[in-house]
Design a protein around this ligand. Structure first.
Ligand code: CIR
Length: 267
């Protein structure tokens, strides 16, 4: 695993064929929340999830829709359960113990699509901590993802030519809560990450402090899905020439999830 040195130039692809999503469960109000949010509303969540899925479909992605899992109230945040590259699907081992069982439910869905690898104990890893930009992979070491998990991921991906580098994530759920790749060699990120040396070589758009939740955006087919309700961020992106689609995600935000978290998009 590479801690300091730059890894190969990325080959970036965001032309996806498939998106795996999972229907939200009526139990979602029992999901994990970090702060004193108003609880997410199931019906509104469902509407927002359907709109999100419809947008991905309208961009040409085929949607694999998995059923809700009432025993796992956070299971619609499918991103955390697998890391999918063109070569392999890595089934994760969430640091949140109450989410661990979600991965077995994802294993079956991806087994036909890719060779499988698995993060094993004592490793923990959640997909929200994995920022893949072509063959360059940044792994956030957070409360959910530990060094053993990152090392296992590196051991799986490096033989395929990926460079894997860890970055410490403090005071935030996941790396991608703070930093996402939006195409054109550019990162959308919060101010505290803007000067991080790991990301020195990228162009950057820094979200205003009061719009920190807007940093999680999803690039798909040259369109950028961003959270609706963050006008300064949307203006910055439009001014920089990004083709944005604003999506309402008030309910996922109440559960600390966002745009990337609700799908696994891949070729
Ligand atoms: C959790 O705490 O695990 C969920 N409530 C939110 C997960 C969001 N996932 C993501 O950002 N990749």
């Amino acid at each position: 695993m590479n801690e300091e040195v730059d890894v190969p130039e990325p080959e970036i692809e965001a032309e996806y064929r498939l998106a795996i999503v999972r229907m939200p469960s009526p139990t979602l109000a029992q999901g994990i929340v970090s702060g004193a949010h108003e609880p997410a509303d199931y019906v509104r969540f469902l509407q927002q999830h359907l709109s999100y899925t419809a947008v991905l479909r309208s961009l040409g992605l085929e949607i694999v829709k998995l059923p809700s899992l009432p025993e796992y109230p956070d299971a619609h945040f499918v991103e955390d359960t697998a890391v999918i590259t063109p070569e392999v699907a890595v089934i994760t081992r969430p640091g949140a113990e109450q989410r661990r069982g979600e991965t077995e439910e994802m294993r079956d869905a991806v087994a036909e699509l890719r060779p499988l690898a698995t993060i094993e104990e004592p490793g923990t890893l959640e997909g929200g901590d994995v920022l893949r930009i072509g063959r360059q992979v940044f792994v956030g070491l957070s409360k959910r993802t530990n060094k053993a998990g990152a090392e296992q991921l590196a051991g799986i991906l490096e033989p395929f030519g990926y460079g894997v580098r860890t970055v410490a994530v403090k005071n935030s759920l996941h790396l991608k809560s703070e930093v996402t790749y939006i195409g054109r060699d550019t990162l959308l990120l919060t101010r505290k990450w803007a000067t991080h040396k790991a990301f020195a070589r990228f162009e950057k758009i820094v979200v205003p402090d009061e719009e920190a939740q807007a940093a999680n955006a999803l690039l798909a087919h040259s369109r950028l899905l961003v959270a609706e309700g963050y006008p300064q961020t949307s203006d910055l992106l439009r001014e920089a020439g990004f083709d944005i689609l604003e999506i309402v995600v008030t309910e996922p935000h109440k559960m600390d999830g966002g745009m990337t978290c609700m799908s696994l998009c891949f070729q």
